[in-house]
Structure formats: C-alpha cells, structure tokens
Design a protein around this ligand. Structure first.
Ligand code: SF4
Length: 254
C-alpha cells in the first residue's frame, strides 16, 4: 500500500512535496523518473515545506491525495464545468498553521497551473508576502475550486450557489489541514466564515475565533495589485499575521 504512495521523484524534500501532491507538476525543476519538471523555490518557501516522509505523513498524504481525487471529478456546478480548464484543490502543508482562503482560481493562475494562487500576479504577490513574513506551514485554497468566468471570458465572483456547492470540499480541507489561523483573502471569504454582520476591515484587522481557529481578514492580492491598497500596508498586515501565528501578537478580539 505504501509502495503505491512512493513518489516518482526521489530527490529529498522535492520528493516529499510531490508525495503530498500525489503527482508531479510542471512547477518543479528536478529530474523525475518519467519526466522533467520545474522546481519553484518561492513556492516551497511559501508553504510547500512538507516534513520528511514518515508513516504518518504518508497516511496524511494519502488522505489528501484521495480528497484531491474526489474533488477533481466534481461536476456540481454546471456552468463552471463548462468554463473551467481544471479543478484546483487546495495545496500546502498538512497540518498547517495558517490557511489562506481566496475566492476562486484565476483564469491566468490556478485555472492554468492547477495550483491555487500560482502563475499570475495575485499568486506572485501572495507567495512573496508569505515568504517575506516568514510564514512556513501554510495551506492555500479557495471558496470554489473552479474558475468562474463571465460571458466575455473574464474572471467573475462565484455565485452563492457555486460557493454553497463547494462548501463540502472546503470543509473537508479544513478537517484535514486543521489550521490555527485562517487568513480570509477578500470580503467573500470573510463573509463565508463569519457571516455578513461582522464588517470586513483588514486595515484594522480584528481576528475572530470560530471553531477553534482565529479568522483574520485580509485584502485579496488582486485588490492590492490594482492599487486599491498600499503594498506597504499589505506587508504590515502580513507581518501582523506572522506575529499572530507565532503567538507574539494579541489583537483585540471582535
Ligand atoms: S466549484 Fe467546487 S462544487 Fe463547483 S464544480 Fe468546481 S469543485 Fe465542484
């Protein structure tokens, strides 16, 4: 049984990363037995640091892999099944200290690469901020796992029905990852977890405790990339998140 879980790559930490994924993806640059793939160091630094393989890790990886398989065959959202290139499950450390919850895979990002927040400017900014703030054990996912597009082929927000359809997948990821902190990237992610009555105010972030995890509101990187929020303050917010994760920051609870 374990033999089936041994990754095709056999090169140290990359092998463990690939084991966590259950597959080899073109973001890694190392020599696989079956193909050459590219390693992206910033992605490793940004949360793909998987512990050395142990029996427990293999069990966890196996569970994550099984969860990914079931998610990848999902066809609950008729419209998204038509416009998506692929299903994009969450990715990262299991368990994780911080789970980043975005909205949906981007047309130029996850929908193209198969990895949430990668391959586009939002992904680059998020991963750069994670790396700079020193956060290590992170998991990155979205409210929905398929790219929603409008009639013109542009990214759009998922509908309430689409978010509801994908809720089981999100819950399953939460159950597996057991994050101590959930960084909600954008109002939709925040409202999904805390409801509409609690205002979304990342500038003066007030973490809320829900089901044993601290929920932390943050702007979506796309919002920062279009100049609506200063990069300097975004870096400050990540530094606060990092201190919160390290237990060094006690913000007033909402
Ligand atoms: S968005 Fe979620 S629920 Fe809808 S088809 Fe994709 S994986 Fe399934």
């Amino acid at each position: 049984m374990l033999v089936a879980q041994v990754p095709r790559c056999t090169q140290g930490s990359e092998a463990a990363v690939h084991a966590a994924r259950g597959i080899c993806l073109p973001d890694f640059r190392t020599q696989c037995r079956e193909k050459t793939v590219a390693l992206n160091p910033s992605m490793l630094a940004a949360g793909m640091r998987v512990p050395p393989p142990t029996a427990t890790n293999y069990q966890t990886n196996n569970t994550l892999s099984r969860l990914h398989s079931s998610i990848r065959s999902c066809t609950r959202c008729e419209e998204l099944v038509r416009c998506r290139s692929r299903v994009v499950p969450g990715e990262g450390s299991v368990p994780a200290d911080v789970l980043f919850l975005g909205i949906a895979p981007g047309r130029l990002g996850g929908d193209r690469t198969g990895i949430p927040f990668s391959g586009d400017r939002s992904g680059q900014l998020l991963r750069r901020m994670i790396e700079r703030s020193g956060l290590e054990r992170v998991f990155i996912t979205n409210l929905v796992r398929c790219n929603p597009r409008d009639a013109g082929g542009r990214n759009r927000d998922p509908t309430h029905t689409e978010i509801a359809n994908c809720r089981d997948h999100l819950r399953a990821e939460f159950a597996l990852v057991r994050p101590r902190i959930v960084a909600c990237l954008g109002r939709l992610a925040w409202q999904e977890l805390v409801g509409r009555l609690i205002p979304f105010v990342p500038r003066q972030a007030r973490p809320m405790e829900r089901d044993g995890a601290l929920l932390f509101p943050m702007y979506h990187p796309a919002f920062v990339n279009r100049g609506a929020y200063p990069l300097r303050l975004y870096a400050r917010d990540f530094a606060r998140l990092s201190r919160l994760s390290a237990g060094a920051l006690r913000l007033p609870r909402g």
